[in-house]
Design a protein around this ligand. Structure first.
Ligand SMILES: Cc1ncc(COP(=O)(O)O)c(C=O)c1O
Length: 340
């Protein structure tokens, strides 16, 4: 829980890691601080080497930048020009639509089917497209495309179009059918996987994300990225976080148990949260979620109302610590007893 003035604020609106900063990351950042007068390594060489080892690829398959959002921006700058058709789902992570609009591309938003990306409709819309973007697990629904579904999509997208697979939440997944997207990338070099250290590694405030792609695609990203996209502290933190299996495991376990407790608590309030493979759940509140969110905020609890996804009665709630979940459920129970 973040301390905010005299109130303990429960921040469940941004899908952050509720366990706070890992001690190993803190030590690594403090150690590197004395060298902050030197520029960082613009190529994040050591981190890319570590990632290459982890994924069984070469460092040339990785571009590390200032968060996954920065990777998405670099993809847009490198590949999307005015009028280019870019296909994604609805609802999904809103940054995709924002970026396509900014670059004056032609945005095609294919409605999800049963809260999941509609592979057939996406593949149909992909004809003549520059890029198809999916989010897996999807923000805000928490649903996944299975391996066979992503494979079918990769086969349906023209080889000269990029297939961007945003896996910001991949490390939370426990469904064994979740894609081995690196194996698909070996067969479909137009795939670009996007990952982040903001979620299970708990580094949202330090900003490290990366792309995994064919070396030619990564070379194009390197042409448009800033010369020093990741500062020294963030690189040291990400390297330490990769070593910190105990922290990632604790975060995963907290999320698994907390997600079940949150779903159970919401169900006890008469709500029906969607099943989720990520560190958040999407739930129909049966009344304007913006008002519920405001009233929760008055009680020190932050959630994300669904208006930005054109789901005004729904809200996305991040899985917090057990105490945070209890605070949310108690406050929500009070608010839902009030007239809408
Ligand atoms: C699906 C998705 N992709 C990318 C990001 C951005 O991640 P980063 O903090 O690495 O910029 C987020 C952040 O919430 C996200 O939900």
């Amino acid at each position: 829980m973040a301390r905010f003035g005299l109130t303990q604020v429960v921040k469940l609106g941004s899908n952050e890691n509720p366990l706070g900063v890992s001690p190993r990351v803190r030590d690594a950042v403090i150690r590197i601080l004395d060298r902050a007068h030197h520029y960082p390594d613009g190529e994040s060489t050591r981190l890319r080497g570590r990632l290459a080892g982890r994924f069984g690829l070469t460092p040339e398959h990785f571009c590390v930048a200032n968060g996954a959002d920065n990777i998405l921006t670099c993809l847009g700058l490198a590949f999307v020009e005015r009028g280019d058709r870019c296909v994604t789902g609805l609802p999904t992570y809103t940054a995709y639509a924002g970026l396509v609009r900014l670059l004056e591309g032609e945005l095609v938003e294919v409605p999800l089917r049963e809260w999941t990306f509609d592979v057939r409709a996406l593949a149909e819309a992909a004809a003549g497209a520059k890029a198809v973007i999916v989010c897996n697990p999807n923000n805000p629904t928490g649903s996944i495309l299975r391996h066979d579904e992503l494979q079918a999509l990769a086969e349906g997208v023209p080889p000269d179009a990029l297939l961007v697979v945003d896996e910001a939440y991949a490390e939370w997944v426990d469904d064994p059918a979740f894609p081995d997207s690196v194996a698909l990338l070996r067969r479909h070099p137009n795939i670009v996987i996007v990952r982040t250290f903001s979620k299970i590694y708990g580094l949202a405030g330090l900003r490290v994300g990366y792309a995994i792609g064919a070396p030619e695609i990564v070379a194009s990203l390197n042409q448009v990225r800033e010369p020093f996209p990741v500062d020294r502290l963030a690189q040291a933190a990400a390297e330490a976080a990769l070593d910190d299996d105990a922290y990632a495991r604790a975060a995963y376990e907290n999320n698994r148990a907390g997600k079940a407790a949150l779903a159970q608590g919401l169900t006890a309030l008469g709500l029906r949260p969607l099943p989720s493979q990520a560190n958040f759940v999407l739930v129909d509140l049966g009344r304007p979620a913006a008002t519920v969110a405001e009233r929760l905020l008055e009680r020190g609890v932050i959630i994300r109302p669904g208006g930005m996804w054109r789901l005004p009665m729904w809200a996305r709630i991040t899985v917090g610590t057990p105490q945070e979940i209890a605070r949310l459920l108690e406050a929500l129970s009070t608010v839902l007893r009030q007239p809408a």
